[in-house]
Design a protein around this ligand. Structure first.
Ligand SMILES: [Zn+2]
Length: 123
């Protein structure tokens, strides 16, 4: 049976988002960062969420709802955010038990590394 990363790609967690969480690799694109942040929500990795948040918009404290059960991530659209860009957007739907979140997130590079800037809810 194939192992799947929480972000939905058919790679093991360790070969996918786990490398970014461990700090042994950096997300090469805005989409990869978005996927790794979703996986961090699934894993409850608050430290990773904070360190991939833009210093300008990063909350001082982040508390995750322990009752939240994320059930899947669907990337709907991306704009820029490749190795050749300094900014990018990712539109996605993140599902959880009882609902889903439809958001367009903005990402920027800070010292070369992709970070989450902010997002707007689409519905
Ligand atoms: Zn992943």
């Amino acid at each position: 049976m194939a192992t799947t990363c929480p972000c939905g790609l058919s790679k093991s967690y360790g070969e996918c988002c786990g490398r970014f969480h461990a700090g042994t690799a950096a997300a090469p694109t805005a989409e990869a960062l978005m996927r790794s942040r979703y996986s961090a929500f699934v894993k409850g990795d608050v430290a990773y969420l904070l360190r991939t948040w833009h210093p300008r918009t990063r909350p001082a404290l982040l508390e995750l709802d322990p009752g939240m059960r994320w059930t899947g991530l669907e990337i709907l659209d991306t704009g820029d955010g490749s190795a050749f860009h300094a900014t990018g957007t990712v539109t996605f739907r993140a599902s959880y038990r009882g609902g889903s979140l439809h958001e367009r997130s903005r990402f920027e590079r800070v010292d070369g590394a992709w970070v989450y800037l902010d997002g707007e809810f689409l519905d």
